[in-house]
Design a protein around this ligand. Structure first.
Ligand SMILES: Cc1cc2nc3c(=O)[nH]c(=O)nc-3n(C[C@H](O)[C@H](O)[C@H](O)COP(=O)(O)OP(=O)(O)OC[C@H]3O[C@@H](n4cnc5c(N)ncnc54)[C@H](O)[C@@H]3O)c2cc1C
Ligand code: SF4
Length: 329
C-alpha cells in the first residue's frame, strides 16, 4: 500500500474543500471497498478524507419523503421499520448483501460507489481498461462467468455488483449530491454511466462532489415489492443474477404500474423498461411474465461462460413477479 495522508473533517463543506484541494483525494466512509482496493494497489489516493463525523447517518421520514443519510449503515437501513414497510425490495436487497459485519460498516454512499468485482480489475496486473484506460480487457478472453450481458461495450463487460442499487433503481430513488452551487438531485439513470469507450468513468460525479443522502418517495407501487438474489452459495456472495420488482394492481386485477430492475447481469443497475411497458395494463399470468422477461434480454450480448445468466435471470424475473401477483390475489 502506498503512503497517504489521513484527514478528518466535520462538515460537508470541509469535505468538499479537502477534496478540491487535492486532485488525488478520496473520502472514506465504511472503508469496505476503498481499503481493499488500496491494499491491492488498485486505488492509491494521496489523501484519505474521513467523513464519518459528518451528521449524515439518520433516516428521516416525512409524509411525502424518506431521506436516508449517506452515512446510514446498510444494516440500519435494512432493519428500519419504515423502509421495511414502504420499500420491502430495498430492505431485502440490503439484507442479501455481503455479511453481517460488512453491512454494519458499509454505508449507503459507499455502496453507491462500490467498484466491480471483476478479478482482472482487482488483481492489478491484468489488462483492464477500467483500471488502466486503453490497456485492453483480459476478461473477454479469460474467465467471465460473473460478467455482464447487458450494457456492455467492447471496452468493458464488468458487472455492477451492488444489491442495494438494484432496489434503488426499482423504487426511482434520487441521489442527493452536494456540489458547486448546492444540493443536486440525480436519478439512478443519470448517476450511472454505461462503460462505452470510457469504463473508468462510472458515475456522473465530479471531483469534489459529496453524496449526502438518498431520497425516496413512498407510493403504493413500492409497498408491493420484492428482491430475489440468486448466487452460488446462500450467503456472503455476490449475485449471479438478481431482480427487484414492484407491482401495483388496478381494481379489475390488471397491472396498473410495474417497475423492474436487474442486478448481476449488467454494467450498471439495470432498469428493464421494455418489460415494464409490457406488464402495465396487462392481466397477470405466467405467460405475460415470461414475455416480459424475454423483452428484458432482447439486447443481451453473451460470451461462452456467462450465457447461462440470460435464462437464469428470466426465471428469476418470472418468479419474483409471480410471487408479487400471488400475494395480491
Ligand atoms: C467481502 C465483501 C463482500 C461483499 N458482498 C456484497 C454483496 O453481496 N452485495 C453488495 O451489494 N455489496 C457487497 N459488498 C460491497 C459492500 O456493500 C461495499 O463495500 C460497501 O457498501 C461500501 O460502502 P463503504 O461505506 O464501506 O464504502 P467506502 O469503502 O468507504 O467507500 C467506497 C467509495 O465510495 C466513496 N464514498 C463513500 N462515501 C461517499 C460519499 N458520501 N460521497 C462521495 N463519495 C463517497 C469513497 O471515496 C470510495 O471511493 C461486499 C464487500 C466485501 C468486502
Ligand atoms: S471487464 Fe472491465 S473491469 Fe474487467 S478486465 Fe475488462 S475492462 Fe477491466
Amino acid at each position: 500500500m502506498q503512503p497517504f495522508t489521513y484527514q478528518r473533517v466535520d462538515s460537508v463543506a470541509a469535505a468538499r474543500a479537502a477534496l478540491l484541494a487535492q486532485p488525488d483525494a478520496h473520502v472514506i466512509a465504511g472503508g469496505t471497498t476503498l481499503l481493499d482496493l488500496m491494499k491491492a494497489g488498485v486505488e492509491h489516493p494521496a489523501v484519505v478524507i474521513d467523513i464519518n463525523a459528518l451528521p449524515l447517518g439518520a433516516i428521516e421520514v416525512t409524509p411525502d419523503r424518506v431521506r436516508i443519510g449517506a452515512l446510514a449503515r446498510n444494516s440500519d437501513v435494512a432493519d428500519d421499520a419504515t423502509i421495511a414497510r414502504e420499500f420491502p425490495v430495498l430492505a431485502q436487497a440490503l439484507a442479501a448483501g455481503a455479511s453481517g459485519q460488512l453491512r454494519n460498516m458499509a454505508t449507503v454512499g459507499g455502496n453507491l460507489l462500490q467498484r466491480t468485482r471483476c478479478t482482472y480489475f482487482r488483481d492489478n496486473v491484468s489488462r483492464c481498461n477500467k483500471r488502466e484506460p486503453g490497456s485492453g480487457c483480459d476478461a473477454r478472453g479469460g474467465i467471465h462467468r460473473m460478467h455482464a450481458v447487458l450494457g456492455t461495450s467492447d471496452a468493458c463487460i464488468a458487472t455492477h455488483a451492488s444489491d442495494m442499487c438494484v432496489a434503488l433503481a426499482a423504487v426511482n430513488a434520487r441521489i442527493v449530491v452536494m456540489r458547486a452551487g448546492g444540493e443536486a438531485r440525480v436519478s439512478m439513470d443519470e448517476f450511472y454511466r454505461l462503460p462505452e469507450d470510457t469504463p473508468e468513468r462510472e458515475t456522473a460525479l465530479e471531483h469534489g462532489d459529496v453524496i449526502v443522502a438518498v431520497e425516496l418517495e413512498p407510493a403504493p407501487l413500492y409497498r408491493r415489492s420484492q428482491y430475489l438474489k440468486l448466487r452460488d452459495r446462500a450467503s456472503y456472495e455476490f449475485a449471479l443474477v438478481s431482480a427487484g420488482a414492484c407491482l401495483d394492481f388496478a381494481d379489475d386485477g390488471t397491472i396498473a404500474r410495474a417497475s423492474l430492475a436487474l442486478g448481476g447481469v449488467a454494467t450498471v443497475p439495470w432498469r428493464a423498461s421494455d418489460a415494464e411497458q409490457m406488464l402495465e395494463g396487462a392481466t397477470p399470468s405466467h405467460e405475460l411474465f415470461r414475455h416480459a422477461a424475454d423483452a428484458a434480454f432482447t439486447g443481451a450480448r453473451t460470451l461462452p461462460q456467462n450465457a447461462f445468466k440470460v435464462e437464469l435471470a428470466k426465471r428469476a424475473i418470472v418468479r419474483v413477479l409471480s410471487t408479487l401477483a400471488e400475494g395480491a390475489a
